[in-house]
Design a protein around this ligand. Structure first.
Ligand code: FUB
Length: 323
């Protein structure tokens, strides 16, 4: 996809890479200069990026703000983009709609997550602000079909589902155990069965010191430590805590991403794509953008020598092309 965003050239600390680069040909270079993604790196209004690497390619699953009415997050479809170099992005179009879920009231398709297991792709879909469904596909871009026929999580039905079971985020740990994180104001976690289609135990309130959790949970793992990140409010920053267990308790560590200038903040981490880590997040900076017309960005994420995340710098340049 031609994003229409500016491309950059090597400068500063990247200049050393220029000196050692064998040549400046190939898709990552233009006019002898390294290309950058630009931020926002899309020309469509999409938000709530859930980024994953599947088969060596980055897929970003989003809430589709382009198709809401501009006054609320009332889109009924989810969108995706993909790239193998972080600069050339393919618009994968609508990958799932609320129509796929017979039980949906069909008025709000919010922040999703997708995981891969045994060659299949599982799309965790927050539906209408009170339930979470699962759809499955053989391809990361669908078509996805309802995998259960009823909600995986439903407010009122499930004990301790909370007041607003939204923003699912799934971690499949190194031992194969899957954990589903979700919720507003109180972070929730529940184990999933091996087929990812059922709860495998009670829904637990997760403890994060500082108690400033609002929404947008994301769980990552770095050098054996679990990193739980989340938005702190409306507006919010992306904060994080760490733990030796995926169930917590999490000790507050600091801010991953500062305010983004609109009412919501929502981010995901790609821990390792061709040797670097990245933070995907949204803001309102695409022309015509704002609270309900958000667009997605990517910047590098760094850990210091002690494993602390260095606050991510929000750039308009974006990230360098990775061949
Ligand atoms: O996109 C609708 C909602 O806004 C998401 O579910 C929240 O995380 C916030 O970004």
């Amino acid at each position: 996809m031609d994003t229409g965003r500016p491309t950059g050239t090597l400068s500063g600390s990247d200049a050393s890479a220029e000196e050692t680069a064998p040549d400046f040909t190939g898709p990552c270079y233009a006019d002898g200069g390294l290309r950058y993604s630009g931020n926002p790196f899309v020309t469509r209004f999409v938000a709530d990026p859930a980024a994953h690497v599947f088969n060596g390619r980055v897929y970003v699953y989003d809430t589709d703000d382009q198709s809401n009415d501009g006054t609320y997050w009332n889109s009924t479809v989810w969108h995706a983009f993909s790239s193998d170099n972080l600069v050339d992005w393919t618009d994968e179009g609508t990958v799932l709609t609320l129509q796929a879920f017979a039980y949906a009231a069909k008025w709000a398709a919010w922040a999703p997550d997708v995981v891969s297991k045994d060659g299949k792709y599982y799309f965790f879909a927050p539906i209408d602000r009170w339930q979470i469904g699962v759809a499955v596909s053989d391809s990361p871009t669908g078509p996805f079909t309802d995998a259960i026929g009823s909600p995986l999580i439903q407010m009122g039905r499930d004990l301790n589902a909370g007041d607003e079971p939204i923003d699912p985020a799934v971690l499949i740990d190194d031992d194969g155990q899957a954990y589903l994180y979700f919720g507003t104001r109180i972070p929730k976690v529940v184990k999933l069965t091996a087929d990812l289609l059922h709860l495998d135990g009670p829904i637990i309130d997760m403890s994060v010191s500082g108690n400033n959790y609002a929404e947008a949970p994301w769980m990552g793992k770095h050098n054996g430590t679990y990193y739980f990140s989340y938005s702190t409010g409306w507006p919010g920053q992306i904060a994080y805590g760490t733990s030796a267990s995926p169930l917590g308790p999490f000790a507050y560590q600091g801010i991953v991403l500062d305010y983004v200038g609109i009412s919501t903040n929502h981010a995901s981490v790609v821990e390792d794509f061709k040797g670097r880590s990245y933070l995907f997040y949204h803001n309102g900076k695409l022309p015509g953008g704002g609270d309900y017309r958000r667009s997605i960005n990517v910047d590098e994420l760094h850990y210091d020598a002690n494993g602390a995340i260095t606050q991510v710098v929000q750039t308009t340049q974006g990230v360098a092309c990775v061949p």
